[in-house]
Design a protein around this ligand. Structure first.
Ligand code: DGJ
Length: 760
């Protein structure tokens, strides 16, 4: 049993392998939080919160003479509003009389095996039957608003998921101006906030800031989780490192506007509240109606940030991603975007594919520009008929030529958008989000379709279904290239306009649900101008997401490093592109680009016909290496050894779950004269086992010191080291010179390496 209820003191204890989450029903019936952290044994946690009388923190009415129990001081599971807790709140509820208030009192609870489902929203799943669910039912006695707090415990994986449902069981309408998913109170300790900010082509830059005695906010009002602030955040102890210390990850399963606030309160309690952003949000809840706030995935560890990331990697891969592709190696792809942009025809695409197929590439992805009159990004979104000037005879002849090369075929779409210059917009101008009487702000000269309208969702479902049914398409890249402004739905009445952005998300999710259920074998890759919607909500439908429009290998290191805190490598779309790089103008060695892209789904995005024979040989070897190591990269434990910011080099490592093999990756990010030795201690190995260096790849090394590097490399190649040596004494690599050189070093158990040599 991972959920235990003790009736004598009305406490709930949620236990995972290494964590405990405890709460109790307080004297007045409020659900109080007691503890979330490393696993603990029995004992009265209420003793942590002795009665206190603090000025200007009011008492519950029943305790007004003792004045020692205050809604403003006790840790809470989910707050009401306007009833004496002045810290961050979870809801804002107003009734028909204009009275804003809610106070949730315990009614009942239920513990069942299995995982709860959330109608209309993406959520993690429990195919392996690991989870148990606790539902606590509370009610505001005045409005009749019922709150169901849902907790699913994945004991083996050290994960707890939460969600909240609000049901109007009263007699009149209620307006929700805020309806958070979860509140997490950490009553003690000094915490840092780690968040992942950025911008287009520079997503998920990791930033760690000590919490001030104030409110810090990470949010998006863009109608998408955004390039600018990823919804995943971490709270960690000031002393926490990659390898040790307390940390807690909070990952909303939502792709729209969100807000996470963290407040350090007068008592030192840290409160985090996360959910849909309340800007512009107003949900009318009629009697009998339910509002469901999106799920949040929580994980806690006392073993450092690396361990926390590995919990999320496993959980996102296994329990967030769905379908046959979640564990499968993804085909090595070639995408024509940076090779041709809009300037292509079928023959040009086939020439790129032919070259790629010969080098081991397994799928051709035809990007933007194959439909309507689309020769630039000013028109045709919405007109999803094939442009037969570019592709004579339509898609099928091209697909047949690609398949004849033994390759899969993938296609780009951007279904949520419409160009002003399109037949669709001319026929249905009211299908776009625009404000009455105003010229809309144009992003990439396009508008957002109103997916809050069921008929728009049906329309997209219709043409996408026909596309996938009528053509042999193996993969879809689902793009989204502007944020939402001018939010107004022509289909909703005035009193429901505040529901538009969330209804849009519900429409999008129902569309994705229908398509991914109807075409389970199609591999979907999410994209939003790169990583503008890289979140757990999207990962419920798309097992991989194009990580960034910035394909520069060195910039990708910080983007992929930030992404790695919450998301697994199997979700990270990454390609080798041409140099000078189209986004930065930088030139990096081809093999270095491959080292970086291999820590993702791996593919190419350039015209391979323009490479020399030697470079094509390198590409062939890169693909072969990736195919050999894909299981380790996709399914292994990920260790951040040296971060990319600031130093001479960055390094990261994959170790097989059973410690049977490992791959060390290293890129010199700031080439130096007379650099210090590169010394690294490996992780995740079996201390008593012997490992042999069976592959050692140097990329882009040059200069006068080449001889020294070669002799250093010779000393390492074939070397046998114990796991304890590698993890404690470590490895020293030869000095590396050149523009952004890189290393990949693969170690396997010495016995297995010998066995393989003998068999060969
Ligand atoms: C933005 C994507 O991130 C790119 O990879 C490419 O697909 C373009 N859109 C096409 O318009």
């Amino acid at each position: 049993m991972s959920i235990v209820y003790q009736p004598q003191d009305q406490t709930f204890r949620l236990q995972t392998q290494h964590t405990s989450y405890c709460m109790r029903v307080g004297r007045g019936g409020h659900l109080l939080h007691l503890y979330y952290g490393s696993r603990i044994g029995e004992g009265d946690l209420a003793a942590l919160y002795p009665p206190a009388d603090v000025g200007f923190s009011p008492s519950y009415y029943a305790g007004r003479f003792e004045r020692v129990l205050s809604p403003d001081l006790l840790p809470q599971e989910y707050t009401g509003c306007n009833v004496g807790d002045f810290r961050l709140g979870c809801v804002s509820v107003t009734d028909g009389a204009g009275a804003r208030g809610a106070d949730f009192i315990y009614v009942s609870h239920r513990i069942v095996s299995g995982k709860y489902a959330l109608a209309g929203l993406p959520a993690s799943h429990d195919e392996d039957g690991e989870a148990e669910t606790l539902t606590v039912r509370l009610q505001d006695p005045v409005t009749g608003l019922t709150l169901e707090l849902l907790y699913a415990v994945f004991a083996q994986q050290d994960v707890i998921t939460r969600a909240a449902r609000l049901v109007n069981e009263g007699r009149g309408p209620l307006w929700l101006d805020k309806a958070a998913s979860a509140c997490l109170d950490l009553p003690f300790g000094c915490w840092d906030l780690i968040h992942f900010h950025g911008r287009h082509a520079m997503e998920r830059q990791m930033e760690r800031t000590p919490l001030a005695d104030a409110i810090q906010t990470v949010s998006s009002t863009r109608g998408a989780s955004s390039h600018h602030h990823n919804p995943f955040v971490i709270l960690c102890d000031r002393e926490t490192t990659e390898e040790s210390g307390d940390c807690c990850g909070i990952m909303p399963v939502y792709s729209g506007s969100f807000r996470t606030d963290v407040e350090v309160t007068q008592t030192g309690l840290t409160r985090l509240v996360t959910g849909i952003h309340e800007e512009g949000f107003r949900w009318l809840l009629q009697p009998g109606e339910t509002f469901t706030a999106p799920e949040v995935i929580l994980a806690y560890t006392g073993r450092g940030l690396g361990a926390l990331s590995r919990v999320f990697h496993g959980f996102v891969r296994r329990n967030v991603c769905r379908g046959p592709w979640r564990f499968a190696r993804r085909p090595v792809l070639i995408n024509n975007w940076e090779a041709t942009y809009f300037d292509f025809d079928a023959d040009k695409i086939v020439r790129i594919a032919e070259k790629a197929a010969g080098l081991g590439v397994e799928m051709l992805v035809l990007d933007d520009g194959w439909f309507g009159r689309r020769s630039d990004d000013n028109s045709s979104l919405g007109d999803w008929q094939v442009n037969t000037d570019k592709l004579p005879g339509g898609l099928d002849p091209l697909i047949a030529r690609i398949h004849a090369l033994g390759m899969k075929f993938g296609l780009w779409v951007e279904p949520e958008m419409v160009s002003e210059d399109s037949d669709l917009y001319r026929a249905h101008p009211d299908w776009a989000l625009t404000l009455p009487g105003r010229r809309p702000a144009m992003g990439r000269n396009q508008l957002v379709l109103d997916l809050a309208r069921p008929e728009v969702v049906d329309y997209i479902t219709g043409w996408m279904t026909a596309l996938l049914r009528d053509h042999a398409i193996d993969y879809i890249k689902w793009d989204m290239n502007r944020n939402m402004s001018d939010v107004y739905s022509r289909a909703l009445p005035p009193e429901r306009q505040g529901e538009t952005t969330h209804r849009y998300m519900l429409g999008l999710y129902s569309l994705l649900e229908r398509l991914t259920q109807s075409f389970p074998d199609v591999l979907f890759e999410g994209c939003a101008g790169g990583g503008g919607r890289f979140d757990a909500g999207m990962l419920c439908y798309f097992p991989q997401i194009w990580c960034s429009d910035d394909t520069d290998a060195i910039e990708r290191l910080t983007i992929q490093h930030g992404t790695s805190f919450g998301y697994p490598v199997s979700a990270v779309g990454a390609h080798v592109s041409a140099c000078p790089n189209h986004q930065t103008g930088r030139t990096t060695p081809l093999d270095t680009r491959a080292v970086v892209a291999m820590s993702g789904t791996f593919g190419y995005e350039l015209d391979l016909n323009r490479l020399s024979d030697a470079e094509c040989g390198a590409v062939r070897s890169q693909i072969a290496r990736f195919k050999r190591w894909a299981g380790l990269i996709g399914g292994g434990a990920y260790f951040r050894l040296v971060p990319p910011q600031g130093g001479y080099f960055t390094a990261w490592q994959f170790a097989a779950p059973d410690g049977g093999e490992t791959l060390l990756n290293l890129v010199v990010t700031h080439p130096q004269a007379n650099p210090r030795p590169i010394h690294l201690r490996l992780r995740g190995l079996r201390p008593d086992a012997s490992y042999r260096v069976d592959e050692l790849v140097f990329a882009g090394c040059s200069g006068a010191a080449e001889a020294r590097r070669e002799s250093g490399a010779a000393a390492l190649s074939g070397g046998v080291f114990s796991g304890s040596l590698l993890m404690n004494a470590g490895l020293t690599l030869p000095q590396l010179f050149g523009d952004y050189p890189a290393v990949q070093l693969h170690l396997t158990l010495a016995d297995e390496a010998e066995g393989r040599e003998e068999r060969a």
